[in-house]
Design a binder for this molecule. Sequence first.
Ligand code: SAM
Length: 167
Amino acid sequence: MSYLDNFINRMTAQRNCLDLAVELVRGVEGPVLEFGLGHGRTYDHLRQNFPDRDIYAFDIRVSPNVFVRPADELLFLGDIAETIRTAAERLPRKAALAHSDLGLKDRQGAVPIVADIIAYLPGLMAKGGFYISNVDIALVDGEVPPAFRRRDFPQATGDQYHIYEIV
Ligand SMILES: C[S@@+](CC[C@H](N)C(=O)[O-])C[C@H]1O[C@@H](n2cnc3c(N)ncnc32)[C@H](O)[C@@H]1O
């Protein structure tokens, strides 16, 4: 598979998952969390898919090239390792959906930030909500933590994306 094929497959899986999420969280109230605003491509897709929900974005900084800048009250600026610890104080209610695209190509290098996410995310999310990630959270301990249940949607995810229900 060429790098171009791999990139297209990854982006297709990402969009499939964000579209599938509309059905997954239809009966779950609450906002959406976006870890990794970047240029705002997936943020904008989430805005399109969830026009009636607030979408909170987490990133170290807002890129000068961002397509859509979230309102200040929807932004958590700084290292997620820090901002996720106190995010509950600013969120008006538990979230229905979280999506993570932190560009973590080095799987071992990703362990610390994924460990922070799996430690604090369940406290930010409603039961029955969903977490969608381009990184398998089982990479931290070799298994999916008890607060999460892996849900398989092979046609949507290929082997590029991971979907977990908050239980
Ligand atoms: C691949 S980009 C996100 C692309 C975005 N989803 C889009 O579609 O445009 C990854 C982003 O994650 C952010 N990021 C990576 N590690 C982070 C961390 N520990 N805390 C906060 N932001 C982080 C980077 O600053 C970068 O903007």
